[in-house]
Design a protein around this ligand. Structure first.
Ligand SMILES: *Cc1c(COP(=O)(O)O)cnc(C)c1O
Length: 368
């Protein structure tokens, strides 16, 4: 692996391929695979990741917002793209770029039908989202009459799938709750299909759903975090490979005296003669202030170097007392061994948040 000369997020496309095949190996051959590439493919690079997955013949993509789908279309993605949380102001663009909306309430269903009509569409593919317990987005079970009446009254759109989202698929203390979601989802999907008079494909599982609830894979699964190397459980974290390495370099070493302070607001005081390293990565790059005050640590020459004092906008200072290192040496914030999930937990957060927080200022590079 190339040594970092500046702060970079290195994306290993072989690891992505491995994770895709691992997750796919859990599915029946006819279950479709939708790759969730929202939020810059969980902070990596949506165009490169989506192209790699398209080459591997993934069936579907999903993003959260219309502008994310536009970026994929502009970079040559031709597979279907589901937009999970579209806003009506972008419906015309959505149709122009052949993106497929999730429709989750009466307002958005009516507004989308109106735009599709105005744009002279026929059978424009849409996906109907139900709330089965997450209480975030989605129609209620009691809305199936309303939905089927409105869909049958128009030729402009056609529902091709019905879906919902699990609230606690990674939490094995919530098995009963999840099983109830699965049961309710099945009933809703049966009901809507019979009212519409045609079959709809069904999808419910995110990554942890795929791993923990094989009976709920239905016609398609929607995987995000697993593709990026995290399975939300130790047994899967050993099978999946984190695709992102965040690395940097030592800009400067300081030798400090006992009782000297380091950084803004003098938040750290040395305990003796100490050595610190200044690293060109800060909260503007996605290392939030929560990692300061010796909560988070980076790795230099394989050794843990705690982040001391407050995280600055463009820099952190780390304690390298006792570590044989010099200016220009490589710094690992997280990689496949010191994982983003472990780093995240030091600041009470999760892999999803640290990965998606890595800002666009950090250069992305690609392996394989
Ligand atoms: C983000 C998202 C996913 C992907 O979840 P992972 O836990 O990352 O696999 C799937 N479905 C919906 C509706 C989402 O919002």
């Amino acid at each position: 692996m190339p040594k970092a000369k500046e702060t970079v997020l290195e994306i290993d496309l072989k690891a992505l391929e491995h994770n895709y095949h691992f997750l796919k190996s859990k599915l029946k051959p006819n279950t479709k695979f939708l790759a969730v590439v929202k939020a810059f493919a969980y902070g990596s690079d949506s165009a490169t990741v989506a192209k790699k997955l398209q080459d591997l013949d993934v069936d579907y993509f999903a993003v959260a917002y219309v502008n994310e789908g536009v970026v994929l279309r502009d970079s040559g993605i031709t597979k279907p793209i589901l937009v999970l949380h579209p806003q009506p102001v972008n419906f015309k663009t959505l149709i122009e770029r052949c993106l497929e909306p999730s429709l989750y309430n009466a307002k958005i269903l009516k507004e989308f039908i109106a735009v599709a009509d105005a744009e002279n569409q026929t059978n424009y593919p849409v996906h109907i989202k139900f709330n089965t317990g997450l209480n975030r987005l989605g129609f209620w079970e009691s809305d199936t009459d309303y939905i089927s009446e409105h869909l049958k009254a128009t030729k402009a759109v056609k529902a091709i799938s019905v879906f919902s989202h699990l609230a606690a698929s990674e939490d094995l203390t919530e098995i009963d709750f999840t099983k109830t979601q699965i049961k309710n989802f099945t009933a809703i999907a049966d009901d809507l299909s019979s009212k519409l008079g045609h079959t709809l494909w069904r999808h419910l599982c995110n990554t942890s759903g795929v791993l923990n609830y094989p009976e709920a894979h239905f016609d398609m699964v929607r995987c995000g975090i697993g593709l990026y190397g995290f399975g939300n459980a130790p047994e899967y974290n050993t099978e999946l490979k984190p695709i992102a390495t965040l690395k940097s370099v030592i800009s400067q070493i300081h030798k400090i005296e006992p009782e000297e302070s380091v950084g803004y607001n003098r938040a750290y005081t040395s305990n003796g003669y100490e050595k610190t390293a200044t690293i060109p990565i800060g909260h503007a790059d996605g290392i939030s202030r929560q990692f300061g005050l010796e909560k988070g640590a980076v790795f230099i020459q394989g050794k843990s170097a705690p982040i001391i004092g407050n995280v600055c906008m463009d820099m952190i200072m780390v304690n390298v007392t006792g570590i044989d290192c010099t200016e220009g040496d490589e710094v690992i914030v997280f990689n496949a061994n010191h994982t983003a999930s472990e780093f995240a937990s030091t600041a009470n957060t999760i892999s999803y948040e640290i990965l998606t927080a890595i800002s666009q200022r950090v250069k992305r590079t690609f392996l394989h």
